[in-house]
Design a protein around this ligand. Structure first.
Ligand SMILES: O=Nc1c(NC[C@H](O)[C@H](O)[C@H](O)CO)[nH]c(=O)[nH]c1=O
Length: 162
């Protein structure tokens, strides 16, 4: 069966010299915390030092582009991982935030020339979010997408050394 998801780089990746920023939201915090843990575990699996993983929190996903941009001005990072969980409500609010955040984070990474990994879940239901954080109830807990974001951050941060 065709495996979706991240195809790991064929090259061994050594993140021991990298400095990574994680900016996460406080909205839907239990799900966000699971994603942040999955991200950090994977960064450490690629030898990124604990002291080189900087973590900052903001209110919600709409704040991620501005916060990532500001934190990148005061310190240098090899990659930034923006983590948030958007869950559709009963209005169009969700669509507008998702659109603004995805375009905003893309603009920040291109303007700054530093990879910004899109770690924002845009879910129609809470179960979808739980499943993508690997903490869904029942037999199928899902897969923690934070692991994919951690791997992508290391690969993109090492791009400049290819
Ligand atoms: O509305 N739902 C959500 C949300 N709204 C707040 C928004 O990101 C921002 O913080 C405020 O609009 C203030 O600017 N933020 C999320 O991360 N997830 C949601 O599901």
């Amino acid at each position: 069966e065709f495996k979706k998801g991240v195809t790991a780089s064929s090259q061994p990746m050594n993140g021991s010299g990298l400095k990574i920023l994680i900016v996460h939201t406080r909205w839907n915090l239990p799900i966000v915390e699971a994603l942040v843990k999955g991200t950090k575990d994977k960064l450490k699996a690629f030898n990124v030092k604990e002291e080189n993983i900087v973590t900052q929190a903001v209110p919600g996903s709409y704040e991620l582009p501005f916060a990532c941009s500001k934190f990148m001005e005061v310190s240098s990072y090899d990659a930034v991982i923006a983590i948030g969980v958007l869950i559709k409500g009963s209005t169009m609010h969700f669509e507008y935030i998702c659109d603004a955040v995805s375009h905003g984070l893309m603009r920040v990474q291109l303007d700054k020339g530093i990879p910004v990994i899109f770690g924002v879940l845009t879910c129609l239901t809470e179960h979808q979010a739980l499943h993508r954080a690997g903490i869904a109830p029942g037999d199928d807990h899902g897969h923690n997408h934070g692991e994919d974001w951690g791997a992508a951050a290391v690969e993109m941060a090492l791009l400049k050394y290819r």
